[in-house]
Design a protein around this ligand. Structure first.
Ligand code: GCB
Length: 594
């Protein structure tokens, strides 16, 4: 400790001189910090020929004299609202895929002894960010947050941020070129300036110790190291106040006995938690619950739970486009609750933080997924690194949320050796980052012998819980054929039916044999539900899908009109007949569970 250099702060905080500070990765719990919103109108320039980089739009230049040639002008360009996709804000951008440059001027008053970060909740898909003409960095991936330090670049007074957001699909991307959802582009989530002390609490994990209902375990990570500091954890309602000392990496671990009411869908109890150092204090609301897989069962707080679920996209009811607000989340989850759900499968990418935090408060168990979807460039190491980064950032943002019980690695990926290696790596990563949750994937590789079907995907060996997507009665066979099919899981692990469904246009009626009608969809639910109910030890289901959603693969005029119509509710909020079929099934399940 002789090399220690003491900061001029009260109490203990010592920083060792020498090593350069590590770059800051994601900052956790943005809602709990001091922030300045940069939401609202941003000027934009559509750049289909990718002129902006060469012409240096990021400089936000103005002609110096009357002879100067500058062929863009943000101030005289139109605006888009942030957060929000561009497709549903401007008719002419509905099908657009390519770069769009965003610019916003804002004023800022620097504060002493603080650091500032520019934080994006998400931007789809590839983003380059600049502040006052200087490049801050790049980010790939449309659904995970990212931040850049701007402390030394901010000026007292006017500043401007520029972001080039490019939603061009890429064969080596995650997802790759083909999906069944709309490729909404733009800055789709909040943008904020985050002000933190010079040394701040960057992240923390406060959870029940695996296998225990009477101990919490976790860690607290400071932004700067080498450093030694005292960190205090308080959970007043549970009588916890404990001070621990960090190691030289600025990390403190703890394990403490605790008496809590466990979080559950029936009683989503959250505790106010405070983590503090001499310089920084951060508050959060955290629920404590245990989740385990035992044989074919999922145990919540030590007891078997049947997951009455529904899958949903992050699409806004009524308004359409990407959902982002607390109100969007309230409507979607209100419908899930009305259906009788205790579980939501958030397909096919990490949804916004408002949703996850609302799930914590409403008592909905959550499946959270990265967009490793269909055909991925499995042999490409950069693609793997990208998927790993998306997994890391999904976990970093939400690992204190009681609602999240599953990290899902992939959806319907084709069986081949390179893919197995890729997904094994992600499973190992997820376990290394978070040992308290279950690892899963939605699979569709089966072995069929007569009416017997078994989920035989070899990736099952790396998972804790198996998801099965099947479309009996829609993409294959007739709904009635479900009556004679018997499913089994190829592994002795919990099995969830993570998708089944049928397209129906709300208000379109006919007999149960007529496709696209509400009757067809309702009849399919009747047969599917009786089939899945016969699966021995089934741990739950999340049919496809809560609400109709935009998809470029669904052009059928008058019926689809570029919507996947498998919603139980239309995009205008109208309940289809199948809604009450599933609702009744869940009511009966709840009644027999007690
Ligand atoms: C699936 C996919 C989902 C699609 C759905 C469909 O298997 O996982 O993303 O939207 O089927 O409607 O075809």
């Amino acid at each position: 400790m002789s090399a220690a250099r003491f900061l001029a702060v009260p109490f203990l905080l010592s920083v060792l001189a020498g090593a350069a500070p590590p770059p800051i990765t994601l900052i956790a719990n943005i809602p709990g910090r001091s922030t300045i919103s940069l939401n609202g109108p941003w000027h934009f320039i559509v750049d289909p020929y990718e002129t902006g980089l060469g012409e240096r739009y990021y400089e936000n230049a103005k002609p110096k004299d009357k002879s100067d040639r500058i062929e863009y002008d943000f101030d005289r360009s139109e605006t888009l609202n942030v957060p929000g996709d561009w497709n549903t804000q401007k008719q002419e951008l509905f099908f657009y895929e390519g770069p769009v440059w965003y610019q916003k001027t804002f004023s800022y008053r620097p504060r002493e002894h603080s650091r500032v970060f520019l934080y994006f909740g998400a931007a789809n898909y590839f983003t380059r960010v600049y502040l006052n003409g200087t490049k801050l960095g790049e980010h790939e991936g449309g659904f995970t947050p990212f931040n850049f330090e701007v402390t030394s670049l901010l000026r007292d007074g006017d500043n401007f941020a520029v972001a080039e957001v490019n939603n061009a699909r890429r064969a080596d991307g995650v997802p790759a070129s083909r999906t069944d959802w709309w490729n909404f582009g733009g800055i789709t989530r909040d943008v904020t300036l985050v002000e933190v002390p010079e040394v701040f609490i960057q992240d923390y994990s406060i959870q029940l110790a695996p296998g225990s209902l009477s101990e919490i375990a976790g860690w607290i990570q400071l932004s700067t190291h080498p450093i030694i500091a005292l960190v205090t954890l308080e959970i007043p309602e549970a009588g916890i106040k404990k001070t621990v000392t960090t190691d030289l990496q600025g990390r403190a671990e703890f394990r403490l006995p605790i008496a809590i009411t466990p979080w559950s869908p029936e009683n989503p109890k959250l505790y106010e938690v405070t983590v503090s150092t001499a310089l920084d204090t951060i508050r959060d609301s955290i629920g404590f619950r245990a989740i385990e897989a035992r044989g074919q069962e999922i145990l919540l707080n030590g007891k078997p739970v049947f997951l009455r679920g529904i899958s949903l996209h992050e699409e806004a009811p009524i308004r359409g486009g990407r959902a982002y607000s607390p109100e969007d989340a309230q409507t979607l989850f209100g419908w899930a609750k009305e259906l009788g759900c205790n579980f939501v499968r958030l397909a096919h990418y990490p949804h916004n933080e408002n949703e996850i935090r609302l799930a914590d408060r409403m008592g909905l168990l959550v499946w959270s997924e990265i967009p490793v979807y269909w055909d991925i460039d499995w042999k490409n190491s950069a693609t793997l690194a990208n998927a790993e980064a998306q997994l890391r950032d999904m976990i970093a943002r939400d690992h204190n949320r009681a609602s999240v019980i599953f990290w899902s690695l992939s959806n319907e990926t084709p069986v081949e050796p390179a893919r197995l290696e890729f997904l094994k790596r992600l499973a190992d990563d997820a376990r290394g980052l978070d040992s308290t949750r279950l690892i899963t994937s939605a699979l569709n590789h089966t072995q069929n012998t007569g009416t017997k079907r078994s989920l035989t995907d070899p990736v099952g060996q790396y998972l804790d819980v198996l998801g099965l997507n099947e479309y009996v009665g829609w993409y294959e066979a007739r709904p009635e054929d479900a009556d004679s099919i018997q499913w089994s899981a190829g592994y002795s692990k919990p099995l969830l039916i993570t998708e089944f469904g049928a397209d129906a246009r709300f208000g379109r009626h006919g007999d149960a044999g007529t496709r696209w009608t509400e009757e067809y969809q309702a009849n399919l639910y009747v047969h599917q539900l009786s089939m899945v109910n016969r699966i021995p030890g089934l741990a739950g289901l999340s049919p496809w899908v809560l609400m109709d959603f935009h998809s470029p693969r669904r052009p059928l005029p008058g019926i689809q009109d570029y919507f996947n119509r498998k919603g139980l509710i239309s995009n205008q909020g109208e309940r289809k007949l199948a809604f009450s079929v599933l609702q009744k099934f869940y009511r009966d399940k709840t009644a027999t569970a007690h």
